[in-house]
Unconditional design. Structure first.
Lengths: 270, 257
C-alpha cells in the first residue's frame, strides 16, 4: 500500500465518508493514549535514563529474547501454518482452534500453564530436573519460551491466511514439472507467501517485545536475566510513574525504529 | 492483505473485553438504587477485607462493597490519576503518603501491622529455622520497589546476610505462588499470606522480620463518590469486629504494640 504512487492517490481524492469517519475515530483511539504518554514525559530525565546500565540491560535482554522467540516461531510456526492450510487430516479445525488458545488465554494464566509443564515439578520440567539437572523457570530460556508461547499464534494465523490466499495451481504446476514437495515449498510456496510470513514475523516480534504476564509468571523477575523492558516498566511504575513512562517510550521508540527500517528494506525489494 | 483483515480482527478481539468492563459499574438504575462503596486495598488484605466487607454490608442495607485489590503502589497511582475510589487501605505508609501529598486524602489511620515470615512447603522439608538457612536454597522475594520487597531487604540487611533470591516478584501473592507451585524452596512473604495458604505452606517466624514491620494505614478519599459511607467504612475497619478478623488473618493490632 505504501508503495502506491502519489499520482494515483491524488486522483482518488474522494474517500467514502462511511470509511473515513470510523477510520479517523479509530485512529484517534489508537493514537491518543500515546499522546497521553508524551504529554506526561519528563524529557529532562531521558538522557540520564538512557545512560542507566540497568535500563540498557533490560533493553538488550528484550531485543535478544523477542528476536529469539520470533526465530523459534518461524521455525515451528510456518510448518504448522502449512499443515493447517495444505494438510488434509481429521481434526484440523480443532487443531486450528487450539493453536489460537494462547491468544485468548490471559498471559498470566499462560505463564502458570508453562510452569505446570516446564516448572521444577511440571510434566516435562520434573523429568528435565531429575535427569539432566536442568531447571527452566527464572532463566532467560524461560523468557524466550514464554514469549514464543504467546506470540507464535500471531505468526501461524498470518502465514496460514497467506497460504490460503496463494494460488495452489502454481504449486501443482511445479509438481507436474517434476519438483519434489520440499522444492515446491522452498522455491514456489515460500516466495509466494513471503509478505505474509514477514507480516506474521513482525506481529510476532512486536507481541514478544511487549510480553509481560507470561514472562513475569514463568520466568520471574531478575535483573539482567529475566527482567525485560515491560517488567522493568512495571516495577518502575511501583515507585515512579515518570520513570515508567520514560522507559516505555524508550521501548516504543526502539521498536518503531526497528520496524520502520525493516519495512523500508522490504518495500525496496522487488 | 489477509494480514490486514487479521489485524482488524485482532483489534476487535482486543477491544471486546474493554467494552465488557465498561458495563460493569452502571447497574445501579433499578429499584432502590443500591450504593456501591469502592475500596482500593493492598493485595495482602484480600482475605481479611473480603470478610470485613461482608460484615459491613450486613450492617448497612443496600450497600455493596466492591474491592480493587492490587499492589499498594498501583493503587496509589490509580488514585492520584483520578480513579473513582471511596477508601484506600495501603500496605505501607510510603504509598499512603503519596496519596496524601497529592491532596487525594488526609489524616490516614493505622489499622494493622504485618511482618514477614519464611514460607516453606508444608512439613518444612529443608528444615528451615531462620534466614541463615536460606543460603543454598532457591527462594523468592518481592522486588525492592514494592513494600514486601523493601521489608525483605531490610530484614536480610539486619541479619547481615548475603542472600539473593532467584526472583524478585512484583507482589507478595506471586511470590507465594512460586512456592505453592514448587518452583522455589522458600519465599519471604507476610505472615498473613502464609496463613491464607495454610495447608500448602508452613510459616517460619524469624526475629529480623520485626525490623521491617509494615504499617497499614486506611483513609476515606477526598474525592470519594460516597464520602460519608467511606468515613464509616474506615471507622468500621478500626472497630473490634473488623480487628478480630484481621487478627485471625495474622495481622497485629497496632494498639497492642
Amino acid at each position: 500500500m505504501d508503495a502506491m504512487p502519489a499520482k494515483r492517490t491524488r486522483q482518488r481524492r474522494r474517500i467514502p465518508v462511511a470509511l473515513l469517519v470510523p477510520a479517523m475515530a479509530g485512529l484517534a483511539f489508537l493514537i491518543l493514549p500515546l499522546a497521553g504518554l508524551l504529554i506526561r514525559t519528563p524529557w529532562a530525565q531521558l538522557p540520564s535514563r538512557l545512560a542507566e546500565p540497568a535500563m540498557l540491560e533490560a533493553l538488550r535482554l528484550s531485543l535478544v529474547t523477542s528476536t529469539a522467540a520470533t526465530a523459534l516461531s518461524l521455525v515451528f510456526g510456518v510448518p504448522i501454518a502449512w499443515l493447517l492450510a495444505r494438510g488434509d487430516f481429521p481434526g484440523r479445525s480443532l487443531i486450528r482452534a487450539l493453536v489460537t488458545v494462547p491468544l485468548v488465554l490471559p498471559p498470566v494464566v499462560g505463564g502458570v500453564a508453562l510452569l505446570l509443564v516446564f516448572g521444577r515439578g511440571g510434566l516435562v520440567g520434573a523429568w528435565l530436573h531429575e535427569r539432566f539437572d536442568i531447571t527452566i523457570p527464572f532463566t532467560t530460556t524461560a523468557v524466550v519460551l514464554a514469549m514464543t508461547f504467546v506470540s507464535m499464534p500471531f505468526l501461524i494465523v498470518s502465514v496460514e491466511g497467506s497460504l490460503r490466499g496463494a494460488d495452489a495451481r502454481f504449486e501443482e504446476a511445479a509438481a507436474t514439472l517434476g519438483a519434489g514437495r520440499w522444492t515446491v515449498f522452498t522455491h514456489v510456496t515460500l516466495p509466494m507467501i513471503a509478505p505474509g510470513v514477514l507480516a506474521g514475523a513482525v506481529l510476532c516480534w512486536a507481541r514478544a517485545l511487549g510480553e509481560f504476564g507470561a514472562t513475569i509468571t514463568f520466568a520471574g523477575n531478575f535483573p539482567g536475566r529475566t527482567q525485560t523492558m515491560p517488567l522493568a516498566v512495571y516495577l518502575a511504575l511501583q515507585t515512579d510513574l515518570e520513570a515508567a513512562i520514560v522507559l516505555s517510550l524508550i521501548l516504543l521508540a526502539v521498536s518503531v525504529i526497528v520496524l520502520a527500517s525493516l519495512r523500508d528494506r522490504w518495500t525496496a525489494a522487488p | 492483505m489477509r494480514a490486514k483483515a487479521f489485524l482488524t480482527a485482532a483489534a476487535v478481539l482486543a477491544l471486546a473485553p474493554l467494552a465488557a468492563c465498561g458495563d460493569g459499574g452502571d447497574d445501579t438504575s433499578s429499584g432502590e438504587a443500591p450504593t456501591t462503596l469502592t475500596v482500593f486495598a493492598a493485595a495482602s488484605l484480600t482475605e481479611a477485607f473480603t470478610e470485613i466487607g461482608e460484615q459491613f454490608e450486613a450492617e448497612h442495607d443496600g450497600v455493596t462493597v466492591e474491592f480493587n485489590f492490587a499492589a499498594s503502589s498501583d493503587l496509589a497511582a490509580q488514585i492520584t490519576e483520578g480513579a473513582p475510589a471511596d477508601v484506600f487501605a495501603s500496605a505501607d505508609e510510603k504509598n499512603m503518603d503519596k496519596v496524601v501529598e497529592a491532596g487525594a486524602a488526609e489524616d490516614p489511620q493505622t489499622f494493622a501491622l504485618n511482618q514477614l515470615v519464611i514460607a516453606v512447603p508444608e512439613g518444612n522439608p529443608d528444615g528451615v529455622t531462620g534466614l541463615a538457612d536460606l543460603a543454598g536454597l532457591d527462594f523468592a522475594a518481592c522486588a525492592p520497589e514494592v513494600p514486601c520487597g523493601t521489608a525483605a531487604q531490610t530484614s536480610i540487611d539486619t541479619a547481615a546476610l548475603d542472600l539473593t533470591p532467584v526472583t524478585y516478584e512484583a507482589d507478595v501473592k506471586s511470590t507465594l505462588q512460586k512456592l505453592v507451585l514448587g518452583e522455589v524452596d522458600a519465599a519471604l512473604v507476610y505472615r498473613t499470606d502464609a496463613i491464607a495458604a495454610e495447608g500448602d505452606v508452613d510459616a517460619v517466624e524469624y526475629p529480623e522480620s520485626s525490623s521491617a514491620q509494615n504499617t497499614y494505614p486506611i483513609t476515606a478519599l477526598a474525592e470519594a463518590p460516597n464520602s460519608d459511607l467511606a468515613i464509616e467504612f474506615a471507622k468500621f475497619v478500626l472497630g473490634d469486629q473488623a480487628q478480630a478478623v484481621l487478627e485471625a488473618a495474622g495481622f497485629q493490632d497496632p494498639q497492642a504494640q
